[in-house]
Design a protein around this ligand. Structure first.
Ligand code: FE
Length: 148
């Protein structure tokens, strides 16, 4: 797990204590410009541009910001949305859901619980049995392929 002793704790967006706390400068250094925009500024990558949209590798998807385990490839499905889509997180406690009223509509934002980074949104139009579609930016993820 990544940790920083020098950064200040910042909980302006919510009250959840984070396991990984870095200053904005440290995030900027650690992440690419696009990752910073998406993960730390709740941006969205353009549809069909991310490296995991059509990825069918077996493995585990981790948070690109802090390395926390987020999604299993077993839960990945082809949604046609242009973003990697999952029916559920690897463990429920890996993510945090927030109401998001931006863009004049109400959506549910998905954050990495460990570091508070923005991952994407979750919708109720996924396949059974969960009926959920976790619509996640590729650049918020890093796959660890399964050993063969
Ligand atoms: Fe994270």
């Amino acid at each position: 797990m990544l940790r920083s002793r020098t950064s200040k704790t910042s909980t302006t967006e919510n009250e959840t204590p984070r396991e990984v706390v870095l200053s904005e400068d440290e995030w900027r250094r650690r992440l690419t410009r696009e990752q910073y925009r998406v993960l730390r500024k709740a941006g969205t990558e353009r549809a069909f541009t991310g490296e995991y949209v059509d990825c069918h590798l077996d493995g585990t998807y981790h948070c690109a910001a802090c390395g926390a385990e987020l999604f299993s490839s077993d839960a990945k499905f082809d949604s046609g949305s242009g973003w990697p889509s999952f029916t559920e997180p690897a463990v429920a406690s890996a993510v945090e859901l927030h109401r998001d009223r931006s863009l004049g509509t109400e959506r549910t934002e998905v954050l990495c619980r460990a570091c508070g980074s923005h991952l994407g949104h979750v919708f109720d139009d996924g396949p059974l049995p969960t009926g959920q579609r976790y619509c996640i930016n590729s650049c918020s993820l890093s796959i660890e392929a399964a050993q063969r």
